[in-house]
Design a protein around this ligand. Structure first.
Ligand code: ADP
Length: 239
């Protein structure tokens, strides 16, 4: 390598999620008070703050689950705050992945069908969706458990199935809301290792809401929120 090859701008991943001026009221509660956030392609970001500070409201605005009262959210080329409700549903289904605190697997569906569901809802035939579901279940250490119902899985196994379901449609962003909140600490560590290993190896942008510093320790960067405002630098100077 010549010396010249060292010169030039640093290789910084482009911004994938950009939120500007987000305000959101829930009735009388001012849940977000002008939040600006930029998250880069492939970043693992923890959104932290005390209970009631606005973390979930921010996550729901970033993911297009709810629309802010004012402000805008862009993911890639799509300004999701401008989409209709139907368009936002389709965008979430096809471009985003979600993992929740209690997994929220459908109890009457087997592990494989739970994982295949986002693909089938997007129009993929079941046989093909199951091939992809099996591959994710195997990758997450669940080979042999494809036919089990959620009630036949441990908490950690069920949360891995939920991870597989969140990842199966190769989302641009995986949103995780307290993904280990219902697990004991050892299982939580293993799930966080799996979650962050997979996100890094697939270059999936991961946004984790948590109040737990042990969970946040797996992230590249933390965004702190208090009383609806970001209290740490959410914007990097290079943006
Ligand atoms: P966090 O995720 O940090 O616990 P939330 O975003 O859930 O915080 O809530 C922020 C504030 O908005 C809290 O005061 C909460 O009580 C309020 N809030 C959230 N969702 C609703 C809702 N659907 N209706 C009324 N108030 C809500």
């Amino acid at each position: 390598m010549t010396q010249l090859e060292h010169i030039g701008p640093p290789r910084v991943a482009p911004a994938l999620i950009t939120a500007r001026g987000l305000e959101k009221h829930h009735g009388q509660t001012h849940a977000l008070r002008g939040v600006d956030v930029t998250i880069r392609q492939g970043e693992i970001v923890a959104v932290m703050g005390p209970s009631g500070s606005g973390k979930s409201t921010l996550l729901h605005c970033l993911a297009g689950v709810i629309t802010p009262d004012t402000g805008e959210v862009t993911i890639g080329d799509t300004r999701i705050s401008d989409l209709s409700e139907d368009q936002r549903s389709l965008f979430r289904l096809t471009r985003l992945g979600f993992v929740f605190q209690f997994g929220q697997l459908l109890p009457e569906l087997s592990a494989e069908d739970n994982v295949a569901l986002p693909l089938m809802l997007g129009g993929t035939r079941r046989a093909r969706a199951l091939v992809q579901a099996h591959s994710w279940l195997e990758r997450l250490g669940l080979a042999g458990m494809e036919r089990r119902l959620p009630s036949e899985l441990s908490g950690g196994q069920a949360q891995r199935v939920a991870l597989a379901r969140g990842l199966v449609n190769a989302p641009a962003v995986l949103f995780a809301d307290e993904p280990t909140g219902s697990l004991d600490s050892l299982t939580a560590e293993r799930v966080m290792e799996t979650l962050t290993d997979v996100a890094r190896s697939t270059r999936t942008t991961l946004v984790i809401v948590t109040h737990d510093a042990r969970v946040a320790a797996y992230s590249d960067r933390e965004i702190f929120i208090r009383d609806g405002s970001v209290t740490s630098p959410a914007l990097e100077s290079a943006v």
